[in-house]
Design a binder for this molecule. Sequence first.
Ligand SMILES: CC(C)(COP(=O)(O)OP(=O)(O)OC[C@H]1O[C@@H](n2cnc3c(N)ncnc32)[C@H](O)[C@@H]1OP(=O)(O)O)[C@@H](O)C(=O)NCCC(=O)NCCS
Length: 432
Amino acid sequence: MSQETLTITDNRTKQSYTLPIEHGTIRAIDLRQIKTGPEDFGLMTYDPAFMNTASCRSRITFIDGDRGILHYRGYPIEVLAEHCSFLEVAFLILFGDLPTETELKNWVSQITHHTMLHETTKKFMEGFRYNAHPMAMLVTTVAALSTVYPDARAIDDPNNRLLQIKRLIGKMPSIAAMSYRHSLGFPYVYPDNDLNYAENFMNMLFRMVEPKYVANPVLARALDILFILHADHEQNCSANVMRSVGSAQADPYLTTAAAAAALSGPLHGGANEEVLKMIDEIGSKENVPAYVKRSKEGHSKLMGFGHRVYKNYDPRAKIIKRTAEQVFEVTGRNPKLEIALELERIALEDDYFIKRKLYPNVDFYSGIIYQAMGFKPEMFTVLFAIPRTAGWLAQWQEMLTDSEQKIARPRQVYAGHDVRPFLPIEKRSPSW
Ligand SMILES: CC(C)(COP(=O)(O)OP(=O)(O)OC[C@H]1O[C@@H](n2cnc3c(N)ncnc32)[C@H](O)[C@@H]1OP(=O)(O)O)[C@@H](O)C(=O)NCCC(=O)NCCS
């Protein structure tokens, strides 16, 4: 018998079953043959929150959470952050290899030519209240692009998919900038195709009356690095939503909007905004020990700490910490950094955090940089959504072209009533 098997004995029936093991997994469907009798549905696994379930095979991103390692398509994140531009990395994530010079030139030019938004999108944006959250505006506007591009429904056509991918990557910064300007009451700025991806985004965010926006190169590069770090992160909550909604063959705009909605949650991409709120609440370095104590007592989580997969320092947080120093040379030091550093120092020495392997994650320092660059905390998750769009779309393509995938449809363990008699309305007692 091959070593790569698992033998299970069902103590209910005393029967043994041998299941193949491949890539450290057994196939959940192989358990279905384990039955107590012909009427039995067969054994299932119960795995709330997918704690131990691989839902796909992927070739995009590799994480070793115990060692704090992150690779995109086989390249360490540190190398990509040092040598590449975000669009180069987006190409890598989407197509599997780094582009040649000509490929990159064409790719950048194609993305740049999809940055304009249809004028109806502007009108749509104008309908939002002045205080609408930029992330809610982004999610809604991305979904609304589905009305502008009904051709996107042809998801089986690879050329059509590619066109929508270019549109989404090109338009995401334009929508993000529009939502930012809307919340400030400033007029929208059109894209400037002479600028690179990050510079053009800054142009659409910050340009006022100057005829041509010139981005500070250090800040533009820092933003580009942050985009690289956020481009993909394998099967996280929003990637799983992207695959799940996409598996029903919804168009890529609605699917991306669904993924972005997942990202907006404070336990996912919304954490960077929460980190800033937490640091404001702490107020000063002296208050850090008391805050950490409260967190250990279960009153509040340390936002920006802990991760489902990383049980070591998040490699992205290390790069962000270094990038922060370069940004602060331009903007001046953000005083919140002192509180963050103290929080990290105290937490990393504390038994509670050591035992649970809670380390700073990507969101811990990103907000501090974003704030130094002039962003309001409400914009932080939007800044995460822009680059993650490349990752979502790569996950979406991989799912659609994987012959093993079907519409995502988990099973449940039914824990409700057995069949019971129907009561006419006058005979029912109040349930609450
Ligand atoms: C990311 C996160 C959702 C992962 O959650 P998870 O894998 O389900 O881990 P759990 O919630 O089961 O946490 C395990 C233990 O660590 C504790 N814990 C986890 N994150 C914590 C934090 N940020 N602060 C304090 N305690 C934390 C939990 O209370 C739990 O303790 P217990 O074993 O005594 O019950 C969680 O760490 C979190 O909420 N972090 C803050 C939000 C954040 O920064 N999110 C961004 C992720 S990139």
